[in-house]
Ligand binder design. Sequence first.
Ligand SMILES: *[C@@H]1O[C@H](CO)[C@@H](O)[C@H](O)[C@H]1NC(C)=O
Ligand SMILES: *[C@@H]1O[C@H](CO)[C@@H](O)[C@H](O)[C@H]1NC(C)=O
Ligand SMILES: *[C@@H]1O[C@H](CO)[C@@H](O)[C@H](O)[C@H]1NC(C)=O
Ligand SMILES: *[C@@H]1O[C@H](CO)[C@@H](O)[C@H](O)[C@H]1NC(C)=O
Length: 293
Amino acid sequence: MTMALAVLAAGPAWHVAAAPPSAPLIGINYFAGWWTGPGDKWKEPWNTSVDWRPLYPGRVPLIGQYTTEQSTMDGDIVAASSAGVDFFSILWYDNYPCGHRAPGSGHLNDGLSLFMSSKEAHRMQFMIEWCIALPLFGVHSDMEWQRMVRDDWLPAFKHQSYLRVGGALVFKVHSGPAFKVNSSASDAVVSARLDFLRRLVRNAGLGEMIIGAGSTITDTSDPAEWWGFSYNFTNDYAGVLHDDPKWAGRVLPWRNESAFVREWRRKQARAAAQANPRRTWTRQKGTTRQRRK
Ligand SMILES: *[C@@H]1O[C@H](CO)[C@@H](O)[C@H](O)[C@H]1NC(C)=O
Ligand SMILES: *[C@@H]1O[C@H](CO)[C@@H](O)[C@H](O)[C@H]1NC(C)=O
Ligand SMILES: *[C@@H]1O[C@H](CO)[C@@H](O)[C@H](O)[C@H]1NC(C)=O
Ligand SMILES: *[C@@H]1O[C@H](CO)[C@@H](O)[C@H](O)[C@H]1NC(C)=O
């Protein structure tokens, strides 16, 4: 699992049947990037012949080093749930049509299947964070989108531990701006895809959905205006500094990373308080403003 923390607070905007929880739910992103063989994340990103475990022995998990193994997932669930974590937001990657868009990348989705098959699954909840990561992991077509919804996500939504808030299933698009770019920068395409998802879930008798989207912490564009869809929640990711070869082998203090996050959260707040004509990076001719809140 990764250290990124996601907090879903129960807000008054959720109009669903059951009462929202009385306390914030605490979640952690689950990234299943740890296998043996090409593409595994035990190697330095900038030099994949170097295994970084001897450089940072204190960061090698005792529970299990490989997220391709059921015992690792079982241990992760027990550790997280007993420390007060309510859910994993499991990163899921579109590997269609070949099953492996990058070396070993089929293993990335083991996180979802191993959670679902875990005998410990009753201890906590999980949700899918569809990890659109361009240029490698976008969706090629509407047909491929529909296939993911039907064959991969719908079975997960039926699992008894799938996260519901106020009765609604929670789902996140990892990057709202990337999804829009990958949908030919068309709000209509983004909406058609997400509306299809809602409709299929509703027709399957699974109820309503809370659909959110994220963006990098340094993106200060206005989600309501430029991300192409009226998402139920938006948030940030990748608030990590110095992912850089020159820091290899050096353990920076955690406060160093949190200083970076605090700095960008201040910038996010300032940007949100301002009128937004200067925020243009996903802007395209013909985008509608009707979704602006
Ligand atoms: C989520 O957003 C949709 C579309 O804007 C809206 O119809 C729905 O009521 C929202 N769901 C919740 C739980 O707020
Ligand atoms: C990668 O690391 C290996 C082993 O330390 C080293 O021999 C090689 O020169 C490195 N390659 C690059 C491109 O830095
Ligand atoms: C979306 O992503 C896929 C795969 O990453 C890519 O092949 C395709 O060209 C992208 N489509 C658009 C419109 O950007
Ligand atoms: C984090 O530490 C590095 C190395 O000391 C420094 O260059 C950088 O400015 C620090 N960043 C923050 C946000 O404190």
